[in-house]
Design a protein around this ligand. Structure first.
Ligand code: TYD
Length: 137
């Protein structure tokens, strides 16, 4: 299990192509994302006020963006907790491997866009909090 702390997760301001008819934000491998993107998924139709995502990853790195609406990401390294509110489509949270994370307080209609460094594999998940704490010791 990676020895990372919550303080290694950066809040990244992404550049915006500004236009009165709508803005564009671009994420491009080899340019403005610190890992190679192997998978993109998005979470939607989460009932307002709901939460999800209680787990950690051994190796997966992610960029999470509130593509629409707002939600909180609660990061936990076994010692420190850190709550980050995402509510701008041009701001990404870089989640490094080896952290417990929960997504909370979804606004209704919000969309959580996730860019991930690996394809989906259940072997990379730690879904039991006590097991996570033991691995961080
Ligand atoms: P999971 O990552 O456990 O979401 P959360 O922790 O937010 O509840 O994903 C829920 C289910 O969705 C998981 O059991 C399998 C499926 N899933 C995929 O098949 N591929 C994926 O890339 C993801 C993220 C989930």
């Amino acid at each position: 299990m990676k020895n990372n702390t919550v303080f290694e997760c950066a809040i990244v301001n992404l550049s915006k192509v500004h236009n009165s008819a709508g803005n564009i934000t671009v994420l491009e491998n080899g340019s403005n994302i610190p890992f190679e993107v192997k998978r993109i998924y998005y979470l939607y139709d989460v009932p307002g006020g709901e939460g999800r995502g209680g787990h950690a990853h051994y190796n997966l790195e992610q960029y999470i963006v509130a593509a629409s609406g707002a939600f909180d990401v609660v990061l936990d390294d076994g010692t420190n907790k850190r709550r980050v509110t995402l509510n701008r489509p041009y701001v990404a949270l870089h989640i490094v491997p080896g952290l417990w994370r929960e997504l909370e307080n979804f606004s209704s209609g919000s969309i959580s866009l996730v860019l991930a460094s690996q394809k989906y594999t259940e072997n990379d998940y730690i879904r039991n909090y006590q097991e996570f704490l033991n691995l961080k010791k």
